[in-house]
Design a protein around this ligand. Structure first.
Ligand SMILES: [Zn+2]
Length: 278
């Protein structure tokens, strides 16, 4: 059943694990996530960024997941990752998303509060949870940022949660999207401080490339959702490459895509084991 991310994360927070959130791009990555839920019988969050929704269409992803999961009793969430407008959040909710993110982290604090609150005012009465973001998560377009300055402050987190009523909060603690260039320095202590100060379940972005040990430390410090995207895309593409290396003449996508799905599943299984402490 599709339920909100916040419900899954509250359960996880109380029981000391984290919910893995997997970004999907197309039918094959949706199949990989669905097959792993059938196999492991554990809830995950299935998420899409706006660029993915532009690629395949907003309604296609929930429809695929519903169809693939029709015979599976495991709870999961359908989440808009890095949403950038109320209008997109509304379109996603109309298509069956149970959870949306509004990412106002690039704005001033006051604008972030204002626009995030528009989304919570709309979504929360429909039992759709809202993830806000505070602080900076590094990424492709950013160069050498001053990492200390980008950590989410405890007092801002308290004020942001109080004023926006977000269900869950993504925090900046030194992670970055995409591929890490150097050794990432994660401020686990800051996770702990924010977790103690606010009751809202916390989200870690940019987890591809972090060691298993760091991920476990983050969960122990109070992270309830961990996002994985880059590693899944790499596994997908490497899976296809391996199929073509095995047989350069293969032309039926149903044959070489199977290798990609299986390759993604290996990564999903490993991340689920870490997040659930298995
Ligand atoms: Zn992110």
């Amino acid at each position: 059943m599709v339920i909100s991310s916040a419900r899954l994360m509250r359960r996880a927070s109380n029981e000391g694990y984290a919910i893995p959130a997997f970004n999907i791009d197309n039918l094959e990555s949706a199949m990989a996530v669905s097959e792993i839920m059938h196999e492991m019988r554990l809830p995950v969050i299935v998420q899409m960024i706006p660029r993915t929704l532009n690629y395949g269409g907003v309604a296609i992803y929930p429809a695929m997941m519903r169809e693939l999961m029709a015979d599976c009793p495991v709870d999961y969430a359908l989440h808009l990752d890095h949403g950038n407008s109320l209008a997109l959040a509304q379109r996603c909710i109309a298509s069956g998303f149970s959870s949306v993110m509004y990412d106002g982290s690039a704005m001033s604090f006051e604008d972030n509060v204002k626009y995030t609150k528009e989304v919570t005012d709309f979504a929360l009465p429909m039992d759709v949870s809202v993830e806000g973001e505070l602080g900076t998560i590094g990424g492709k377009e950013e160069g050498d940022t001053d990492l200390e300055a980008s950590y989410t402050s405890v007092s801002e987190a308290e004020e942001f949660v109080r004023r926006t009523n977000v269900s869950t909060l993504a925090i900046g603690v030194g992670t970055a999207h995409g591929i890490y260039k150097g050794e990432p320095k994660i401020n686990v202590q800051r996770i702990k401080e924010i977790h103690e100060a606010v009751d809202t379940p916390l989200v870690l972005h940019g987890a591809s490339g972090l060691s298993d040990e760091v991920l476990r430390d983050c969960i122990a410090a109070g992270i309830s959702k961990i996002n994985f995207a880059t590693e899944l895309r790499q596994a997908y593409t490497n899976g296809i490459k391996a199929e073509f290396a095995k047989d350069p003449e293969v032309f039926d996508p149903k044959i070489y895509m199977r290798g990609a799905v299986d390759n993604i599943k290996d990564v999903l299984r490993a991340k689920i084991n870490i997040c659930y402490g298995l």
